[in-house]
Design a protein around this ligand. Structure first.
Ligand code: SAH
Length: 340
């Protein structure tokens, strides 16, 4: 098992279980995540026999970086996993810090029609360590600290629930990587039972919902998951989520030319979410060669934005990053798989 799979609490239980002290977990976390040591032999304050036990039970593994593309304010990374599958991660330099977009699965089963990742079925879930290692490796490569993490890469995080929860716990731990909860965002296509489970944790993590359409007919066309979890069920759950966690929810809305970007769509959206403590993030579509959708023109995006504003909806337009480095979710992996 990888040492990067374990939360601090799991490690504490491990050390208690082998007859050692609970605080050993904090010492080990310090070596792994503060000092970034990658060998059990370089942890002098941990007794020899404990080191031997650790070596027998865990590996300090690495993730193989096989490609890196740099653009303006953005770098894209392609990683090869131990079973030769590949996933990608994107690092964006914002004025407020460095934000990392991590993948949570190899492929995705949600089949959203506009999404490159969804064209390729899920091969498997990422293990917790494979998500942690995306972050550690990029910090090492660029010699930077990452301040924000978004689970918006390849995959549906709530279809890999336990592993992403552990991942969040590890990167959030003050004794470890120490990224503030308010700087971590999970994005989901709307898997209701998992939203409800997540709600019970009452943590300060940001929740983003891929909405993309203001009515069921259109949403089902774009996102098959809407058949199982339609808007008339999703919206009440989100209202409950906001009430229970006292946190604002982000609603992501990709603008696709002539598909979901009309004045009627904008008004429908206002109607759907009015009174909700939510904000809409309008996303200019990242075109990809395999999918025929086109990005809405700048004028249409502004018109849509204005309608929301006029109706007192909190709304922003997502800054565009990395079209020059194939930053659309899953694009780099697709290209790699096609060439190999
Ligand atoms: N499965 C999760 C997270 C991964 S996708 C989810 O559905 O939220 C992260 C975000 O990128 C989602 O809002 C997704 O709809 C959006 N997205 C996917 N393909 C895109 C593209 N080509 N251009 C812009 N946004 C895209």
């Amino acid at each position: 098992m990888s040492i990067y799979d374990l939360t601090l609490e799991e490690l504490e239980n491990y050390f208690i279980g082998i007859g050692d002290k609970k605080f050993r977990a904090v010492q080990l976390y310090d070596w792994l995540y503060k000092k970034r040591v990658t060998s059990f032999d370089n942890m002098p304050n941990i007794k020899k026999e404990i080191i031997t036990k650790l070596k027998a039970d865990f590996v300090i593994n690495e993730i193989e970086l096989i490609n890196r593309l740099d653009g303006k304010d953005v770098s894209k990374f392609l990683f090869k996993l131990k079973d030769n599958n590949v996933v990608e991660a994107v690092l964006m330099h914002h004025d407020y810090g460095n934000s990392l977009c991590v993948s949570s699965q190899v492929g995705c089963n949600m089949s959203c029609t506009f999404c490159e990742s969804g064209r390729r079925k899920k091969v498997r879930n990422l293990e917790t360590n494979e998500m942690v290692l995306q972050l550690l490796e990029i910090e090492k490569q660029l010699n930077i600290r990452i301040s924000h993490v978004v689970l918006m890469g390849i995959g549906e995080p709530f279809d890999n629930y336990d592993n992403i929860i552990n991942f969040i716990d590890i990167i959030n731990s003050g004794k470890g990587i120490d990224i503030g909860a308010r700087h971590i965002t999970v994005s989901t296509c709307g898997i209701i039972p998992k939203i409800e489970e997540f709600m019970k944790r009452k943590v300060q993590i940001n929740l983003a919902i891929s909405l993309h359409a203001p009515n069921d007919e259109l949403r089902t066309k774009l996102m098959p998951i809407n058949k199982a979890y339609p808007l008339n069920k999703l919206i009440p759950v989100l209202k409950k989520y906001i009430q229970v966690t006292n946190r604002r929810v982000t609603l992501e809305y990709i603008l696709l030319d002539n598909i979901n970007d009309t004045t009627t769509n904008a008004l429908e959206l206002c109607n759907l979410i009015k009174g909700m403590n939510a904000y809409v993030n309008l996303i200019p579509y990242n075109e990809t060669s395999h999918i025929e959708y086109k990005k809405s023109s700048h004028d249409k995006i502004m018109k849509f934005y204005d309608i929301l504003k006029k109706n007192k909806i909190n709304v922003t337009i997502r800054k565009e990053f990395g079209s020059e480095v194939m930053a659309a979710c899953g694009q780099l992996r697709s290209k790699y798989e096609e060439e190999r």
